[in-house]
Every structure is written in structure tokens, then in C-alpha cells.
Design a protein around this ligand. Sequence first.
Ligand SMILES: Cc1cc2nc3c(=O)[nH]c(=O)nc-3n(C[C@H](O)[C@H](O)[C@H](O)COP(=O)(O)O)c2cc1C
Length: 192
Amino acid sequence: MRSLVVYESMYGNTHLLADHIAEGLRVHGEVSVVSVADATDEDVASADLVVVGGPTHAHGMTSATSRKSAVDAAAKSDGTLHLDAAAAGPGLRDWFDELGPVVDKRAAAFDTRIDTTAILTGRASRGISHRLSKRGFTMVSHPESFLVDRHSSLLEGESDRATKWGEELGHQYQWPPVADDPDFHEGVGRTP
Ligand SMILES: Cc1cc2nc3c(=O)[nH]c(=O)nc-3n(C[C@H](O)[C@H](O)[C@H](O)COP(=O)(O)O)c2cc1C
């Protein structure tokens, strides 16, 4: 199985988690990890499973405005927030706008968000999952969130959880959800 992990990241957490997810997926075969700036249609075409993740901003996927706010916040943070190389953009919304339709391809979505109830934080992974479904991907997992604190520092244990999730995705790849499964919801895969 060939996997592709595509990430967007402002402060590096989603990037780090993408690397950990890839570590788990590597148990099942070859894996590439690429930022959204570098992920091409050819990369997608050559993968069996495409895993896409980004930070939650304003309850959903980032926007040009929220990305600018993130850059401004880093500049004002007295060095506590560091911009990832991927912070220069583009964002996942731009990537989805350019991505062509796919046939017979599987995918999963993840995000990073603040550690409190998702009703309050929102989840970028829902929008990512929805867009992947609209492009023709079959979702092999429910959208997953990994948690940061209010200062955008990754919580302890989340990296290991990401590695395990990546490994589980390899198994779910072989048995994707089916439409008559009561836990399966069109467009978002399984919900927790
Ligand atoms: C402009 C902005 C808006 C944010 N809005 C939310 C939000 O609505 N919900 C949430 O859980 N986290 C929010 N956050 C925190 C981000 O989710 C957090 O910085 C991100 O997950 C860290 O991932 P990264 O290091 O890959 O950028 C926001 C952060 C920024 C900079």
C-alpha cells in the first residue's frame, strides 16, 4: 500500500503529527509526507491512501484571513510561537480548489484543535473530510482530531496517538466503511 500524507501547518504541530501518522502507516508500506504547497495531482494519483490534515481556525479549515492572524500572533508572541515552513501557504482550501476529481481512491482526514469540547472549538477535519468525499474519495475512517493547549502546544501523548492512528488507518484501508453501516455518514465517514 502506498500512502500520501498531506498537511497544512502554521506552528508546526500538524506537520509533526503528519510525520507521526506516516510512521504508523509505514508498517503497511511506502509513505510520503508533503506540505500542501508541494502536494501535486500526480502525488495523489500514485497513492492508494491519501491522509489530509490541517489546523482548526475559526471552527473550521483555515482561511487567508485566519492564516494572516496566525502569522501576526507569532510576531507578537515574544518567540513562543514559531512559524512552520508550510506557514507561507497555500492553505488546504486553495489545494482543494485545484485538486481534480479522483476515482477509486481512499482517504482520511485529521486536524489539530484546542483541547475542549468540539462543539466549542469546531473541527477542520470535518470540512477536509467533506471536501475529500466531494472529490470522489472513499473515507476509511471518521475525521480525527489531535489536541493542543490554548498556547498551541501539543498535548502530551498526542504524537504517540497519531502513530497508532496511522497504523490503524492501514487496517481500515482494507475494510472501508460501507453505506449501510449505521455509523457511516455520507461525506464524513464514520462519526465517533
Ligand atoms: C487565527 C486562529 C484561529 C484559531 N481558531 C481556533 C478554533 O476555532 N478552534 C480551535 O480549536 N483552535 C483554534 N485555533 C488554535 C489552532 O487550532 C492551533 O493553533 C493549531 O491547531 C496548531 O496547529 P499548527 O501548529 O499546525 O498550526 C486558532 C488559532 C489561530 C492562530
